[in-house]
Design a protein around this ligand. Structure first.
Ligand code: ARG
Length: 467
């Protein structure tokens, strides 16, 4: 097929080169944005009196026809036409005739591809924000539903202090809330309109770039034409946001995997979200969280790939940058799939309340509180730490928990200890004493849940919408 840039060439492109340089299999999914961008560009050309209304009408009708052809799977894609921009423009010249050759005035593929990706990413990011909003609602609902469940909190993977399950779940709510904020912030830098910067230096044609931006509902236009065609920061930022979000998912996944082992047995994953082993009949494997944990590695890899690809690239556009799309699309697809499956799976998880509660009453989770008790009776904390350490060591030797020692045994460590220590060390009391802001007491966690519910409800109709 004759190329639109054939003019200065006397030989045809080698078939191997066509195949090697083509990006159409990857970038074809940009077509709705490419067409919408071209329609806006066409109107901008009319406004600048570069083409007539009648010519624009023919071009726009042609573009709309092409949109339908691609929508309906009637469009022929061909490596010799390189990318989605060339495909659409070539077809336009076929369907609209010679007037189609006027469309590419005052733009280049360099600003065109930047425009398409920005439009694509606006839609993708706003969709992901909506999904994350749903996920946060589910976490808050779970926390609300299981407000009385108690489990051990861990540090260094060692039992540390008793906490409310809801408090633990709300920790993930916070992570996903930050992910949403990051995306919203990133969206501001995605939502910048590059068209009209042309190849790199701007255009000699008297176009109104702000008009194009208005038609395409962009908040701003790029300020520097060289930067506009070289900048992929907005993709890098998105990949970083996605990478961090996947790290959160991988941590949650790891906990679900651990908690569903027979060693922990804190939860049961729904049958519908687990699979069996082909050889071991007893197995029920946590494949969904395992895959999410694995996919986090790939998303982080996509960020690394693109940072490395952009590193040291001279200004302005370089063909290397064509390689940005595969990692971008893969990241959007992976993150979307991971949020989607978690939204389905989380509400179906069964928590083994008794086992979690039992785990929280062994392993000296009350040691800090016993020290705190001594502090309330006037002992310095460092000294109390020592005293309780000695008591723990004694209890270990005697295979007892602290609260299982007799009053006489306890008093041998400090005469400040009274009978009231036992109720002081009750798990629920230990939890409810942690009333410091952000702590695990029932009252603070209920407050956090209520605040989160309010925040989510207010946010719902403020979520960005792009199409
Ligand atoms: N397919 C190209 C890309 O994705 C479009 C821009 C091509 N520009 C060029 N000067 N060859 O980056």
């Amino acid at each position: 097929m004759d190329k639109l840039w054939q003019g200065r060439f006397s030989e045809n492109t080698a078939a191997a080169v066509e195949a090697f340089t083509a990006s159409i299999q990857v970038d074809r999914r940009l077509y709705p944005y490419d067409i919408r961008g071209s329609i806006a560009h066409c109107r901008t050309l009319v406004k600048a009196s570069i083409i007539t209304q009648a010519e624009a009408a023919e071009i726009i009708a042609g573009l709309e026809q092409i949109k339908r052809e691609i929508d309906e799977g009637q469009f022929r894609f061909d490596d010799s036409l390189e990318d989605i921009h060339m495909h659409i423009e070539s077809r336009l010249i076929e369907v609209a005739g010679p007037v189609g050759r006027k469309l590419h005035t005052a733009r280049s593929r360099n600003d065109q591809v930047a425009l398409d990706v920005r439009m694509y990413l606006r839609v993708a990011v706003s969709g992901i924000m909506r999904q994350l909003h749903r996920l946060q609602e589910i976490l808050v609902n779970l926390a609300d539903r299981h407000i009385d469940l108690i489990l051990p909190g861990y540090t260094h993977m060692q039992r540390a202090q008793p906490i409310l399950l809801s408090h633990h779940l709300m920790a993930y709510f916070e992570m996903f809330a930050r992910d949403t904020e990051r995306l919203e912030n990133c969206l501001q830098r995605i939502d910048v309109m590059p068209l009209g910067c042309a190849a790199l230096a701007g255009t000699t044609h008297p176009i109104d770039r702000r008009y194009t931006a208005e038609l395409l509902e962009f908040k701003a236009i790029s300020a520097n034409s060289i930067d506009a065609v070289s900048d992929r920061d907005f993709i890098l930022e998105f990949l970083a946001c996605a990478g961090i979000c996947m790290v959160h998912f991988s941590r949650l996944s790891e906990e679900l995997i651990l908690w569903s082992t027979s060693e922990f047995n804190f939860i049961e994953l729904p049958d519908a979200f687990a699979t069996g082993s082909s050889i071991m009949p007893q197995k029920k494997n946590p494949d969904v969280p395992e895959l999410v944990r694995g996919k986090a590695g790939l998303v982080i890899g996509n960020l690394t790939a693109l940072l490395t690809m952009m590193k040291s690239l001279p200004l302005a556009y370089n063909r290397d940058m064509q390689e940005d799309k595969a990692p971008l699309f893969d990241t959007v697809d992976t993150l979307t799939a991971c949020i989607g499956i978690y939204v389905e799976m989380l509400p179906e998880i069964k928590f083994n309340a008794k086992i979690m509660r039992r785990a929280a009453s062994s392993g000296f989770l009350d040691a800090t509180d016993m020290a705190d008790y001594l502090v309330t009776r006037g002992m310095a904390f460092r000294e109390a730490h020592q005293v309780v350490g000695a008591a723990v060591s004694y209890a270990l030797e005697n295979e007892r928990e602290l609260y299982q020692l007799s009053l006489t045994q306890l008093q041998s460590f400090s005469d400040l200890i009274g009978d009231d220590l036992y109720s002081f060390l009750e798990t629920r009391q230990m939890i409810d004493r942690r009333k410091s802001e952000g702590g695990t007491s029932g009252a603070t966690v209920r407050g956090a849940i209520a605040a989160a519910q309010k925040k989510l409800a207010q946010k719902l109709d403020k979520l960005p919408i792009f199409n």
